[in-house]
Design a protein around this ligand. Structure first.
Ligand SMILES: [Zn+2]
Length: 475
């Protein structure tokens, strides 16, 4: 049975002339004059997705975008619809499909967005590809530019990330049905109905172009994802690919239900018509996976940022009691007070300085992006993975061992704040990288075996065990 058009539910309307499965007649696809701010004139009933039934009803629904696909249908007629976006929207109770027709409006859609829609009709999908997927059999077809009783709204500022974050009504006390690891997926789990993967983004590749079968080009982005068993790839094609730019390596967790896949030693995942992607769901497994991923980065980071949230240099500077410690005493303090946070001063000597060598090796500055170390003798550099421009910090390895009479801090282990580097070097990072070689050589000679007082902090509650942070340098 073909899906009914909205008009067939209203006695005064003319019969639909379009092919079965299309929601609108050509007349309906003509635009009315553009409306400015939309104000509902009808009473709309609020509904969750699981309680929807097919038929005409004035409904308003909220949910998050879990999949979408642009279907351009260019028309030369003025004011006609130029295509639609097929969107899957999920709340905590279920998933539905939306055909959002557009003429001039560009909807800046991304996976995970909170949206509200107002519609006058819900239809039952009839299994035809493209109308509504099996995972979201109920659908609505709306053309807000032409139908004043339909509207689609993306919540940007009003989304605090708390609504509809428990897909399938997930409970912390129960494992989600169908949830498996990447390794189990590769080993045959892809055959399981309603299989689900929970992965953390490890890195995001650059935006690339590919040519479709019909000769048009569109974008694709591939992200490397991981869980506690393995790594895999997730490729987003077309307009949905822009969603990946908002993801953060080692932080963003994706729950992917019914992914498209190709197994090639590892899992190569993509989005098909049934796939649903939930971003950062509030479920226990997601929190566990994020903690696991972040532990990986902390071990590897080549230049951890100064923890400004833990140590306030101004406050430390104003402390009434200023204690000078020996390195051995700090070591002892760390062993006996594992939960404490302390600040104080140490008087030390730098035994090696490597500014010139690191400059020549293009390693004067460093940082990490997408979990990969980056080095350059410049303040800014582009990440090879995500193509974003990153700000680099001074490479802590320009200082060799730092010693006092009682102990040593080995190369690269101190975490300087930007201000502390500036006090030590007498210049900003920008001035350092643009200095002449003569100035760099002079700096090395001046700092070598110089007695320095470092204002330090140590916090053993964090994972930076054994690393001192330096918030000021006095000569
Ligand atoms: Zn990057």
């Amino acid at each position: 049975m073909p899906a009914s058009s909205i008009q067939s539910y209203f006695p005064s309307s003319s019969p639909s002339k379009v092919a079965p499965g299309d929601g609108f007649t050509p007349e309906e696809l003509q635009l009315s004059p553009p409306a400015s701010a939309w104000v509902p004139v009808l009473d709309y009933e609020e509904s969750d997705i699981t309680s929807l039934e097919p038929g005409p009803r004035h409904l308003t629904l909220m949910g998050r975008v879990v999949n979408f696909y642009d279907m351009p249908k260019p028309s030369k007629r003025p004011k006609a619809a130029q295509g639609f976006v097929k969107i899957m929207i999920a709340d905590d109770t279920g998933t539905m499909s939306v055909r959002l027709w557009y003429a001039n409006t560009v909807y800046p859609l991304k996976l995970g967005q909170l949206v509200t829609l107002w519609t006058v009709h819900i239809s039952q999908g009839d299994g035809q590809v493209g109308l509504a997927s099996n995972a979201a059999p109920l659908f609505t077809s709306i053309f807000p530019e032409n139908e004043r009783n339909c509207h689609f709204m993306i919540h940007e500022r009003s989304d605090d990330g708390s609504m509809f974050k428990r897909p399938y009504g997930a409970l912390d006390s129960q494992v989600l049905p169908g949830l498996m690891t990447l390794k189990n997926f590769v080993d045959g789990g892809f055959d399981v109905d309603e299989c689900k993967l929970l992965v953390c983004v490890k890195s995001i590749g650059p935006r690339k172009k590919f040519t479709n079968k019909n000769g048009t080009t569109s974008d694709l982005i591939t992200a490397i994802v991981l869980d506690n068993s393995s790594e895999g790839y997730l490729t987003l094609y077309g307009s949905v690919s822009g969603s990946a730019t908002a993801w953060k390596p080692y932080e963003t967790v994706l729950l992917i239900a019914d992914p498209g896949w190709r197994i090639d030693k590892t899992a190569k995942l993509s989005l098909n018509a049934n796939t649903q992607v939930f971003i950062d769901p509030t479920i226990a497994e997601a929190r566990y996976l994020r903690a696991l991923a972040q532990r990986l980065t902390k071990k590897e980071h080549v230049n951890p940022p100064f923890p400004h949230d833990l140590f306030d240099a101004e406050e430390a500077e104003l402390a009434a009691v200023k204690v000078l410690y020996k390195l051995s005493e700090i070591d002892e303090f760390a062993r006996t007070n594992p939960r404490e946070r302390a600040v104080g001063y140490v008087s030390v000597i730098v035994t090696e300085v490597h500014i010139v060598t690191n400059y020549k090796r293009e390693m004067l500055m460093s940082n990490e992006c997408c979990g990969k170390p980056m080095f350059a003798s410049k303040v800014k550099a582009r990440c090879h993975q995500c193509d974003r421009e990153c700000t680099l910090r001074i490479n802590p390895r320009i200082l060799g061992d730092v010693i006092d009479e009682t102990g040593t801090i080995s190369t690269g282990k101190l975490i300087f704040s930007e201000a502390a580097w500036e006090q030590l070097l007498g210049r900003t990072a920008e001035q350092l990288v643009t200095a002449s070689l003569d100035v760099m050589k002079y700096l090395e000679q001046r700092l070598l075996f110089l007695r320095l007082t470092l204002g330090f902090g140590i916090h053993l509650g964090s994972e930076e065990i054994g690393r001192l942070v330096v918030w000021c340098v006095k000569m």
